[in-house]
Design a protein around this ligand. Structure first.
Ligand code: ASP
Ligand code: MG
Length: 404
């Protein structure tokens, strides 16, 4: 991939809180103007203002509990159009040449899966030619259009993905602005002395996102990784230096643990005394997947006589899961299912674990006497499940141990 050295343009994305009211939209306009003043053009991707998307969803719920997915997207795409048009107007007041574009006008093509569409391609030629006559283009995030001209959305938080996809397609650098000044080793609300990281790898970000960190949309990180796009994350409210999500190979110093996350509301499901029948086991996982239930932390014990399997699921999916298990275990007798709620998953992530020895030992040493129910690991992550009452103690101990 060709690297852009002296950028002709950048992609900047501003999240919902950065454009929450007209005052903030004017603030974003000034930041864009400063960028343009420094000699760069900009494609500015915006989210809907503040809680607009939530409010639109609430409106639909007042009409029906089961809104049609296509109509849902027709509704949700309006949010980003409001902020895009207002920002273009704000840019005009500062003397910039600017145009707002929705997904249709920007040519952001997606798959046809309403409310969860995936970006297929962008109209590079068109955007390039529009940029010739403008200083900044404002593009609606979170939305796309299918080959049949249907409007789609990319899933909650999808504007990050729009921005990174545009940066990848245009081969421009990507800057993502929100109300936090970068990526922290741990959510500062949970651990106030958490440090801001300067560089973090794609894989670490993906693991952190999957383990509960709400920093960047994971699909945005996947695209960044695939196209080797460095993503800068900073605040739209300050000029404090932010964090860079980068290719691991460019990281000179790989810290063993670069982040800690937690995921609340976990239920541990234990299915006991199943016959030792791996076909049955497979169909359990198949049925669960068919029901689109996301399970995690799987463990299987075969004691020779019978089989037990346990895994975690988010509390609110418990009913759904019960139904799926009932279906697949119909006709079997003697088994027992246990649902234990009130758990939290605590994970530490770091690329340095690949070569660091003794991370697991340090991890368990730090957790001391906290009873741990389940553990899973990947090459760069250790996660454990514990009762919610131990959460803060675990965070403090791990943050201290790994100098987060
Ligand atoms: N406005 C959309 C949402 O709230 C997309 C985004 O903010 O990224 O989910
Ligand atoms: Mg939003």
């Amino acid at each position: 991939m060709k690297k852009v050295i002296a950028p002709y343009a950048v992609v900047q994305k501003y999240g919902g809180s950065s454009v929450a009211d007209t005052e903030r939209i004017l603030n974003v306009a000034r930041r864009v103007a400063a960028k343009v003043g420094s000699g760069s053009k900009a494609i500015v991707v915006v989210s809907a203002m503040g809680k607009t998307t939530d409010n639109l969803i609430k409106l639909s719920k007042q009409i029906t509990g089961e809104p049609d997915a296509r109509e849902m997207d027709m509704l949700l795409v309006t949010g980003e159009q409001i902020s895009a048009a207002l920002l273009a107007m704000a840019l005009h007041t500062l003397g910039l040449r600017s145009k707002s574009l929705n997904a249709f006008q920007a040519g952001i093509k997606t798959t046809g899966r309403f409310t969860e569409a995936k970006i297929k391609l962008i109209n590079k030629k068109k955007l390039e030619s529009l940029l010739q006559d403008n200083d900044a283009l404002v593009v609606t995030g979170f939305q796309g259009v299918t080959d049949d001209d249907e409007l789609t959305t990319l899933g909650r938080g999808g504007s990050d993905t729009s921005a990174v996809a545009l940066a990848a397609g245009m081969q421009y650098p990507c800057e993502i602005y929100s109300d936090v000044a970068g990526i922290y080793t741990c959510d500062p609300k949970l651990y106030p002395s958490a440090k801001k990281v300067r560089y973090i790898s794609y894989d670490e970000m993906l693991e952190l996102a999957a383990s509960g960190a709400k920093v960047l949309h994971s699909r945005a990180v996947e695209i960044a990784k695939r196209y080797n796009i460095t993503v800068y994350c900073g605040s739209s409210f300050s000029n404090e230096e932010g964090s860079y999500v980068v290719n691991e190979d460019t990281m000179i110093e790989k810290v063993v643990v670069s982040g800690l996350t937690t995921m609340d509301n976990q239920t541990q499901v234990v299915v006991k005394k199943l016959p030792v029948d791996y076909t049955l086991l497979r169909s359990i996982f198949e049925k669960v997947a068919e029901a689109e239930l996301n399970i995690d932390m799987i463990s299987i014990i075969n004691n020779g006589q019978d089989l037990s399997v346990s895994f975690t699921i988010i509390d609110e999916k418990k009913k759904h899961l019960e139904a799926a298990l009932k279906k697949v275990l119909k006709g079997f007798a003697g088994y027992a299912i246990e649902y234990n709620t009130g758990f939290v998953k605590v994970s530490v992530v770091g690329v340095g674990m690949k070569s660091g020895i003794g991370v697991a030992a340090d991890f368990f040493k730090a957790l001391n006497n906290i009873p741990i129910r389940l553990v899973t690991t990947s090459e760069i992550k250790i996660s454990c499940l514990m009762e919610e009452k131990y959460k803060q103690t675990a965070i403090n101990a791990l943050a201290k141990k790994f100098k987060l």
